[in-house]
Write a protein that binds this ligand. Structure first.
Ligand SMILES: NC(=O)c1ccc[n+]([C@@H]2O[C@H](COP(=O)([O-])OP(=O)(O)OC[C@H]3O[C@@H](n4cnc5c(N)ncnc54)[C@H](OP(=O)(O)O)[C@@H]3O)[C@@H](O)[C@H]2O)c1
Length: 263
């Protein structure tokens, strides 16, 4: 049984994670963190998703939320990272960072922290996206520098960061390839289009859970790899799988590729 603390517990993904965790006999939710000033502070966690009381009071104090936890899954916001990171480091708890929109300083802080705790940065926890990223890299290597690569994504109208963390994550894998390595985020569209430039296109609207496509445009053909998330439970299940994989690992920086065994 793994004891789980959830941060961002009152949000779209936090609630979904709670429902998935409560359905999983190998997971026990033991703590829940939300934003300072939230009206949910002090309420029972079960109320958030309309379930029976769980005898877990929602708190805005990380050390309190994490006091019994074996692992922390974070679906909150980048502004929450500093305090959460201090607490997981202090308590030496494995940490899965699922929020997106992290800046360079925050990514460096996470890399530094991974010298002391096991840590996964997972801007997308779906198995399908891990596969899409791998297929994108294989395709770019085989097709070579004459194909223009574009990543497009659509998300619900409330999403704050753009391009999505997933688009940037796919692009970062591509920039390890020789003919693409001069690319730097945020990968804007350029016109006329230079060779070897990745572009990320963004659409926001409605309640879209998350669509990502990678296009390889050649002189006489177009190849498109596509992933569509149709239910947020997908990401919650992936985060739980990551927690089950991470909780007994040594300190280090891991990714969903490690969790699903894609090398
Ligand atoms: N890794 C993945 O597969 C994946 C999948 C989907 C989404 N995401 C990312 O996960 C994050 C959350 O997404 P969402 O759709 O669930 O957003 P959301 O509905 O806005 O939920 C965010 C949650 O974080 C809370 N929060 C805000 N500031 C906080 C703070 N300082 N300390 C603690 N909690 C704080 C919010 O509380 P209030 O509502 O009170 O402000 C809310 O409960 C986003 O970055 C999103 O891009 C990742």
């Amino acid at each position: 049984m793994i004891k789980l603390a959830i941060t961002g517990c009152t949000g779209r993904m936090g609630q979904m994670l709670l429902l998935e965790a409560n359905d999983n006999p190998e997971i026990e939710v033991v703590g829940a963190l939300t934003r300072p000033g939230s009206l949910f502070i002090g309420q029972d966690l079960g109320n958030v998703v309309g379930e029976n009381p769980m005898n877990i009071a929602i708190t805005d104090i990380p050390m309190e939320a994490f006091k019994d936890a074996d692992v922390v899954i974070d679906f909150s916001k980048p502004e929450a990272l500093k305090k959460t990171l201090e607490a997981v480091l202090h308590k030496k708890i494995p940490y899965i960072v699922c929020m997106t929109g992290l800046n360079i300083e925050q990514k460096i802080a996470l890399e530094d922290a991974s010298q002391n705790i096991p840590l996964i940065i997972a801007p997308n926890t779906s198995l399908g996206i891990a596969l899409l990223r791998k297929l994108a890299v294989i395709s770019a290597e085989i097709l070579g520098p004459s194909y223009d690569i574009s990543i497009s994504e659509m998300h619900h109208r409330e999403k704050k960061d753009a391009p999505s963390g997933t688009s940037l994550f796919i692009a970062s894998a591509l920039t390890a390839i020789e003919h693409l390595k001069a690319n730097k985020p945020p990968y804007p569209s350029l016109s006329p289009r230079p060779l070897g430039h990745i572009e990320c296109a963004v659409i926001r609207g409605g309640s879209s859970v998350g669509d990502h496509s990678v296009f390889f445009a050649g002189e006489k053909e177009l190849i498109k790899l596509e992933h569509r998330a149709t239910d947020r439970g997908l990401f919650a299940q992936g985060a739980i799988r990551a927690a089950q994989w991470l909780y007994d690992k040594p300190a280090g920086l891991y990714s969903m590729d490690d969790v699903v065994g894609i090398s």
